[in-house]
Design a protein around this ligand. Structure first.
Ligand code: C2O
Ligand code: CU
Length: 484
């Protein structure tokens, strides 16, 4: 497996993928403009629900969810409008942040920064039209380790990127749960976890199953939408028993990047990251496995059992998606900024000092959005802890419409998946990779000591910029950029 940044950099795999190579040389077709969209009226109820999370025979768990199951799927077409009313029936405030969607700042769902918290008993309506097709998700933005830890999140699929229809589709949502043997929640964050790689769950799952398996059509092209919805876990995704390629990263189409059938070529996925794979399923009776090789014991994310008459012959041609539609950064005229992700220390200036005595900045914050403890910082600034109780000033002020080139420096011995709200960025370079396939993302995984460059066109608003290991953002590794 490729170490470090865990990216597939090398040449294409076996002869099976020659078709993909040939296709990659052809011009990449643009998606047709979406027609006049449909309106989707969605009603969410954020509530505690008792359910048998791991199957009908298991002890019921007190899950928090937006709908009557964890991870409800919202499926729309590109160009469709979403009106989602959220009714809060929990005992603490919530919101919905639509992770990765380029939508107006007021719809971004960050308590205090872009909207008031949705207090218990209250309702709030989100109204937007996502511009990009792809695989996305949504979650609240305060007490994330506790709320997402209990299951409060959902999946959003925006269709309209397929030039060629695959034979089938499967959504795989991967998450660990911090449950004791009695089916009760364990503490979601511990000082040992928060100050290191994160507090890990005790039970792994895919789609709420310990060992997920599905029957799939044999010798068929299956689109797999894989989401890492865990709070802390980094996975290294590969495949065994089938030919497959990555066709989109964080929802945005890439020229197919092969995954090797023997697990030799893999892709690392931190919390919040998504991968779309096109898998050529095996012959009838055979089983293909999507595997996480990150842990000492490789873990089967999903076992795909092929059945029925073979559908396709010949090599996999994974070049099935249109070119993505987000605005391309103008690298020749980019402004460069550098951000260092590091531990907090005594020398760290607090946001409180940076805020000065500006009364507008003295907004009271609910202690749920912040932690008692501060372990992390961005450019030596830490998101305020509970003692500060105010909204800090932005980490930086950017100009709308300009291209920015960010250097992201990981000065810690832990991986950090770094997320910027409301934008899609190109991942331009990495200190760990000589060659890198062209791809774009909303979250990029920094390996220990890695230095990565990203570039994007800034759009107006106050946009959160943080590590997506939930305990890291809660203990300082979070800030926001103001784009005017
Ligand atoms: Cu999933 Cu602030 O993000
Ligand atoms: Cu982190």
């Amino acid at each position: 497996a490729v170490a470090g940044a865990g990216m597939v950099t090398g040449s294409l795999g076996g002869g099976d993928l020659l078709a993909a190579r040939a296709a990659a040389a052809a011009p990449w077709r643009a998606a047709p403009e979406p027609g006049s969209g449909r309106l989707h009226e969605i009603a969410f109820e954020a509530a505690e629900r008792e359910m048998a999370l791991f199957g009908p025979d298991e002890t019921p768990v007190r899950v928090w969810s937006y709908a009557d199951k964890p991870f409800p799927v919202v499926r729309i077409n590109r160009g469709d409008r979403v009106r989602a009313e959220v009714h809060n029936r929990l005992t603490e405030h919530v919101s919905v942040h639509w992770h990765g969607l380029r939508i107006p700042n007021a719809m971004d769902g960050v308590q205090y920064l872009t909207q008031p918290p949705i207090q218990p008993g209250e309702r709030f309506t989100y109204d937007f039209t996502p511009p990009d097709p792809g695989t996305f998700f949504f979650h609240p933005h305060c007490n994330e380790s506790g709320q997402v830890g209990r299951g409060l999140a959902g999946i959003m699929v925006v269709e309209g990127d397929e030039r060629v229809k695959p034979d089938g589709e499967l959504i795989l949502a991967v998450k660990d749960w911090r449950l004791g043997p009695d089916g009760r929640w364990l503490e979601f964050s511990t000082p040992q976890g928060a100050s290191r790689g994160g507090t890990f769950g005790t039970r792994r799952s895919t789609n709420g199953r310990r060992a997920f398996s599905a029957e799939v059509p044999a010798a068929a092209d299956l689109r797999v939408r894989l989401l890492n919805l865990d709070s802390s876990r980094v996975m290294e995704i590969g495949i065994e028993g089938a030919t497959a390629a990555i066709v989109a990263v964080d929802g945005h189409a890439v020229r197919p990047i092969p995954l090797d059938r023997s697990g030799q070529e893999t892709w690392r996925m931190g919390p919040a990251m998504r991968l779309d794979l096109l898998v050529r399923t095996p012959r009838p009776g055979a089983v293909a496995k999507i595997i996480d090789y990150q842990s000492a014991e490789p873990w089967t994310v999903a076992a795909l059992a092929a059945a029925g008459k073979p559908r396709r012959r010949g090599a996999l041609d994974a070049d099935i998606l249109y070119r993505p539609v987000f605005p391309e950064p103008d690298l020749a005229h980019a402004e460069a900024l550098s951000w260092t992700f590091m531990a907090a220390s005594d020398s760290v200036a607090s946001f409180a000092d940076a805020a000065g005595s500006d009364p507008a900045q003295r907004l009271l914050m609910d202690s749920l959005c912040v932690s008692e403890r501060t372990y992390w910082s961005i450019n030596k600034l830490s998101w305020p802890n509970a003692a500060d109780r105010r909204l800090p000033p932005p980490l930086g002020v950017l100009t709308a419409g300009r291209t920015y080139r960010f250097e992201l420096v990981n000065a810690t011995p832990h991986p950090h998946p770094i997320h910027l709200h409301g934008h899609v960025f190109r991942v331009v370079s990495s200190s760990e990779r000589a060659r890198m396939p062209a791809y774009a993302a909303d979250t990029v995984l920094l390996s220990p000591k890695e230095r990565v460059e990203i570039a994007f066109v800034a759009t107006a608003g106050d946009w959160m910029f943080h590590c997506h290991i939930l305990e890291h953002l809660e203990t300082g590794m979070m800030g926001y950029l103001r784009v005017v």
